[in-house]
Design a protein around this ligand. Structure first.
Ligand code: FES
Length: 576
């Protein structure tokens, strides 16, 4: 049966435009001030284009042009497009971390939609936190919404080698410190690693979040894999503009799509992609906005049954351009068939199964079949134990397997400054067996859980040939990073979690197959240390930082603000 179509009178924007009172006059006359006649907008769905373009976000350089393509599509389908700028969250430049501002963009998105005469929205994001933030805000507002991902940038090149965003930065930074490349090489890498508009072209957080958002059903099929500068990207943007107008008439809203089945599908895709650990936090928060619980145990359970199929850095060898030419996300999902709920809905108005029915793999080294998986299971693993009672995350697909079970003495750094000061000190007592521990990297401690979790390997060990060792923190790490890094330890050290009690010389045990993380210190001694622990002062006394500090949740809750989480209805504004 065809979905019921809304009437013109039922458009949300009609509350602004159709009334005969003084306010209605003001809305119409000011729309005329912008050069639009009644034929442009009257009785048409008003489509917001939330655009996170900014001069300070290189990943979104092409978004001004793409917004024009979205507008073209909206106009073709009989809608009235209005571009509205939203906070850009440029991953590389914002300090201490864009994660501190994810909830601010989510709140901004929700309020822009709530306060204005909007019937549906096209969300334009890509650089890491912009994806969950836009989706979280749109889910809370629950107006028809479609996500247009920025798409990955072109491959990097240097001296005939392909370079991957982030992953090869960490790799060659270690080589520079080890003395195997020199400053001129390093400048060559600087020139060659970021060649076009678009997001990091490894399976970092941006590629991962775009893929899981498409899997949730919120983007047009295939959208997330298209390179940013491919002409297909502009066509996808226009098609999204056309489709959102139809979604308004059909009244298809985010919470119609964001079901438990859709989130299980998204987590399955995350694992098969060998995707970013950051996606765990974001998916928990996104589910929370839809009124759904997504506990860490669900990630672990799905990880144990899902093969890693995407041979993309940092877990594998290739880059996002290769993934696109190999068939992209649709082809990968088609490989996972029985592990997915193919009846889940999508913004295309088709089931997930229908959207991938014709997908094919064109390079089976890039997108593996389950019987030739990169790893039979375990894209990510969730750990618990007395060092992380509420959980921690590790990425087994991107670490040296010899460290999956490890026991060694801790070398503890009390914060990032302490780490920077001492990590390359020749006198630092550290061996390849040591466990590097960073405190004060969590939601409160960083603040904003900066991507410090891939602690640098001490220079003297690099010079001995060590390229991976066990590292533990309550911080996050870039999705482009790799190594035996235990992340998101919760509760965090800044609020007195057990990580705050770890001292240099303590023995720490990691057992990834057994999913355990243990501080091997007598309980009586831990009780003594806890009694002596002194809570730090709050970091902020005013402004957004104060709001953040008072309301931010821990990693396992998705780091949403307590007053933003949940699916309570957003009150419509009075129009008077
Ligand atoms: Fe923008 Fe990586 S810095 S996606």
């Amino acid at each position: 049966m065809a979905p019921r179509r809304k009437s013109h009178d039922e458009l949300r924007s009609a509350r602004w435009y159709a009334s005969g009172d003084l306010r209605g006059f003001g809305h119409r006359s000011r729309t005329r001030q912008m050069g639009f006649a009644a034929e442009d907008y009257a009785g048409k769905p008003v489509i917001a284009i939330l655009n996170t373009w900014s001069d300070i976000n290189p990943c979104h350089q092409h978004f001004r042009e793409r917004a024009q393509a979205v507008k073209r599509g909206v106009l073709q389908a009989g809608g009235f497009p209005l571009e509205m700028p939203a906070m850009a969250l440029g991953e590389v430049f914002m300090k201490p971390s864009t994660m501190m501002y994810r909830n601010l963009l989510a709140m901004e998105s929700e309020e822009l939609l709530r306060a204005n005469p909007i019937d549906g929205v096209v969300l334009m994001g890509g650089c890491d936190k912009t994806v969950p933030a836009l989706v979280m805000g749109a889910t809370s507002m629950n107006l028809p919404a479609i996500f247009v991902p920025a798409g990955p940038m072109l491959r990097g090149h240097w001296q005939g080698k392909e370079l991957g965003s982030g992953s090869d930065v960490w790799k060659y930074w270690a080589e520079l410190r080890a003395g195997t490349i020199d400053d001129e090489d390093w400048r060559g890498i600087e020139d060659g690693i970021a060649r076009s508009a678009g997001t990091c072209m490894t399976m970092g957080t941006a590629s991962t979040m775009a893929a899981v958002t498409e899997t949730l059903g919120l983007s047009l099929p295939g959208a997330s894999s298209i390179p940013a500068v491919d002409s297909g990207h502009e066509r996808m943007a226009a098609a999204s503009g056309r489709r959102i107008v139809e979604m308004v008439w059909e009244d298809m809203r985010p919470r119609d799509l964001l079901t438990h089945a859709a989130f299980d599908n998204a987590v399955t895709a995350l694992m098969a992609l060998g995707g970013s650990t950051n996606a765990v936090i974001h998916l928990v928060a996104m589910a929370g906005r839809a009124g759904l619980s997504l506990p860490l145990e669900r990630f672990d359970a799905i990880s144990r049954r899902t093969p890693v199929l995407a041979n993309i850095r940092p877990s594998g060898r290739y880059l996002m351009e290769d993934f696109f030419y190999a068939g992209g996300l649709s082809a990968l999902l088609a490989q996972l068939g029985p592990l997915l709920d193919l009846g889940a809905g999508t913004v295309a108005g088709k089931t997930l199964g229908e959207t991938i029915a014709r997908a094919r793999v064109y390079n089976d080294d890039v997108i593996r079949s389950p019987d030739r998986a990169l790893q039979p299971e375990g894209g990510l693993a969730v750990l618990t134990g007395n060092l992380a009672p509420n959980g921690a995350v590790i990425k087994p697909s991107a670490m040296e397997p010899r460290l999956l079970r490890h026991r060694g003495p801790a070398v503890v750094f009390r914060d990032y400054n302490d780490l920077s000061r001492r990590i390359d000190d020749p006198a630092l007592e550290v061996t390849a067996q040591s466990v590097l521990v960073l405190q004060h990297g969590g939601p409160q401690g960083g603040p904003g859980m900066p991507e410090w979790g891939q602690l640098p390997i001490p220079k003297k060990l690099l010079q001995q040939g060590v390229r991976d060792m066990l590292r533990i923190s309550d911080a996050r790490m870039s999705g482009t990073s790799y190594g035996a890094c235990v992340l998101h330890v919760s509760p965090e050290s800044y609020i007195g979690g057990p990580l705050a009690l770890a001292q240099s010389g303590d023995v720490i045990e990691l057992d990834v197959p057994g999913r355990r993380l243990t501080l091997a210190v007598e309980e009586a001694e831990l009780v003594r240390r806890r009694a002596a622990w002194v809570a730090p002062q709050p970091r902020f006394r005013r402004s957004y930082g104060k709001l953040y500090g008072e309301h931010i949740g821990q990693a396992e809750t998705g780091c949403d603000f307590d007053f933003l989480a949940g699916d309570a209805a957003v009150p419509e504004p009075e129009i008077h």
